[in-house]
Design a protein around this ligand. Structure first.
Ligand SMILES: Cc1cc2nc3c(=O)[nH]c(=O)nc-3n(C[C@H](O)[C@H](O)[C@H](O)COP(=O)(O)O)c2cc1C
Length: 207
């Protein structure tokens, strides 16, 4: 198993997405003797946003790029190589203003690149993901309850976005483990954590 862990909470010790991701990864490590693990902490160390030069460079074939263009794509190239290396992704994705943290969006802007993680066929106007053969789990805590299917679930732009963007680059198997109600009474909060932990341990046994 080659696992890429992507964390996007700005919190460290207090982060529930980080804590449960680590429990899940530990469970996987214990059951997979051939276990390799890379970490990408975009919450504390976000990648640079794309710029005009970056965008121009991205749409040119590598042999036509200037040195400056090649240099500006270095970070994105490194992130893509790491993503393509992995066969499993574990994402810690706290809900921030009903969507994913902006740092994770910056990461996605760096790794969703034509001819690297997807292709576009101008004849048929179709897209094809290139980051195939992977599964992903996203652990999504939130202060309130915005779980899809509940009364406020339509405000949840994390789950549909993560499924769409990961599916677009070829990662179709996406499990979302929500941890709602994290700003509620301690008893309710802990109950949600226990439910998510149980879900994760069940997933770890078959993932
Ligand atoms: C900038 C910011 C925006 C947030 N927006 C929402 C939100 O839209 N809905 C919600 O339920 N919780 C929101 N929260 C609360 C977090 O989702 C919640 O604290 C979660 O537990 C954070 O994940 P972590 O424990 O891994 O750090 C927000 C927190 C921050 C810092």
């Amino acid at each position: 198993m080659k696992l890429l862990e992507i964390q996007s909470s700005v919190r460290l010790e207090k982060s529930i997405s980080r804590a449960l991701s680590h429990e899940f990864i530990e469970a996987l490590q214990n059951s997979h003797p051939d276990f390799h693990h890379q970490q990408q902490d975009v919450g504390t160390n976000p990648p640079a946003h794309p710029t005009e030069l970056w965008t121009t460079a991205n749409y040119l074939p590598p042999e036509s790029r200037t040195l400056e263009m090649a240099t500006i794509l270095t970070e994105s190239d490194r992130l893509i190589a790491e993503l393509l290396w992995a066969d499993r992704l574990v994402l810690g994705v706290p809900m921030y203003n009903f969507s994913v943290p902006s740092t994770l969006k910056a990461y996605l802007d760096n790794i969703v690149r034509v001819n690297r993680t997807f292709t576009f066929d101008p004849q048929t106007h179709t897209f094809q993901g290139l980051a195939t053969g992977k599964k992903a789990i996203a652990i999504v805590p939130s202060a309130g309850n915005f779980v899809v299917g509940t009364p406020l679930g339509e405000m949840n732009f994390c789950d549909p976005y993560l499924r769409s963007i990961l599916g677009f680059i070829g990662i179709e198997e996406v499990e979302i483990v929500p941890i709602p109600n994290q700003f509620m009474d301690e008893e309710i909060r802990q109950q949600e954590v226990a439910t998510a932990r149980l879900n994760l341990m069940n997933l770890a046994a078959s993932w």
